[in-house]
Design a binder for this molecule. Structure first.
Ligand code: SF4
Length: 352
């Protein structure tokens, strides 16, 4: 039986090698690649440059998979737009489009669900459903740019899923996005966010040293971090920071440390000391995050506590900023929108 290959997962040279076996001229690979990754085409019909006869040959061994924007939710407080994407197998993933002074940034998902089990995250409640294909990661960018007629300045892989738990597809997607014949997005404008998969941090530094890395730390205390982020059992804080130091040596980058302030748990004086201990001689920026007021973890407003903690850190010469809260009225935190959307049963209405 012939295996059907997803054409939109492939680099131009891979397409070239495969179409040669079908007797299709190698220059067609350039046209196919550009159609998919520059024009965002998601069906054979959209590849106008290639002859009908060649398209019929392609269909014997390849498929072009598609996905679409299912819904967009516009914040009334700011210009944040939350998105739901519908995948070919009817799974749903989400994203957030944010507008900053320097341009648009898109928060991108890498898996359907997640198995990392972070305590405050709605994406993990049902565990991992499946990894996203490389094209499903890259196509989030293509779809959003087309739909809103914009050019994204940057992307952050911080939506549902742990990028390093789907490592090969993530790296492939970033390389596809970077390809000069395709979207040509600079690696410098890509940030991958991990909950702390230490081994992959080093691998990532070697594979894509130009891209940025953000690490969700949330506590430097193993006992607390075990509770909040079970990944810490496998990669305790000492192991995580030894990987981060190796990453920084390889890349010469600055790392972002993401830290959600959980009042009473991780914002005490001992925590400030731990910041100093682990971040000493490290090129970093700390992004403090106030727990989202509609987060299932706790319904209280935590902004004030985050501000107070930021001042304490600043007084200890920690390089810290408080992340601007965007789109809190549209469930802009990881996994929240999909969860509430599915709970409302709208999905059944749409797919019935
Ligand atoms: S925060 Fe990220 S890594 Fe943690 S469970 Fe949610 S999606 Fe997974």
């Amino acid at each position: 039986m012939i295996k059907i290959i997803i054409l939109n997962n492939l680099f131009e040279n891979e397409i070239k090698n495969k179409i040669a076996d079908l007797g299709i001229k190698s220059y067609r690979a350039d046209q196919i690649f550009r159609a998919i990754h520059k024009q965002g085409v998601m069906s054979f019909d959209g590849i106008n440059q290639v002859s009908k006869a060649d398209i019929e040959l392609l269909k014997k061994e390849f498929t072009i998979s598609s996905m679409e924007i299912l819904k967009d939710f516009h914040s009334k407080q700011d210009e944040t737009i939350k998105l739901l994407y519908l995948l070919e197998d009817n799974n749903i993933i989400e994203g957030v489009l944010m507008k900053y002074k320097h341009g648009y940034s898109l928060c991108v998902s890498t898996q359907v669900g997640c198995r990392m089990g972070c305590d405050f995250c709605a994406s993990t409640k049902k565990g991992l459903e499946r990894n996203l294909e490389a094209f499903e990661i890259a196509s989030q960018i293509y779809l959003v740019e087309k739909h809103f007629s914009i050019n994204l300045s940057s992307i952050v892989l911080m939506g549902s899923g742990e990028p390093f738990d789907n490592y090969d597809n993530v790296i492939r997607a970033l390389k596809l996005l970077n390809d000069k014949k395709g979207r040509n997005l600079s690696f410098r404008n890509m940030t991958v966010s991990t909950c702390g998969v230490a081994d992959k941090i080093i691998e990532f530094g070697k594979d894509l040293p130009q891209a940025n890395l953000a690490v969700s730390v949330h506590s430097f205390n193993n006992e607390i971090r075990n509770k909040v982020m079970p990944v810490n059992y496998k990669y305790p804080i000492e192991r995580l920071f030894s990987a981060i130091r190796e990453y920084l040596l390889i890349t010469n980058n600055r790392i972002s440390i993401e830290y959600t302030v959980i009042p009473g748990e991780n914002n005490n004086d001992e925590d400030v000391n731990l910041f100093r201990k682990y971040l000493k001689n490290t090129n970093y920026i700390v992004n403090l995050i106030a727990l989202n007021p509609i987060n299932a973890y706790n319904n209280k407003e935590y902004k004030e506590e985050a501000k107070i903690f930021m001042e304490k850190l600043k007084a200890s010469n920690i390089n810290v900023t408080l992340r601007r809260e965007l789109g809190s009225d549209i469930s802009a935190s990881c996994g929240q929108l999909k969860k509430s959307y599915l709970e409302e049963g709208e999905r059944n209405e749409i797919h019935s």
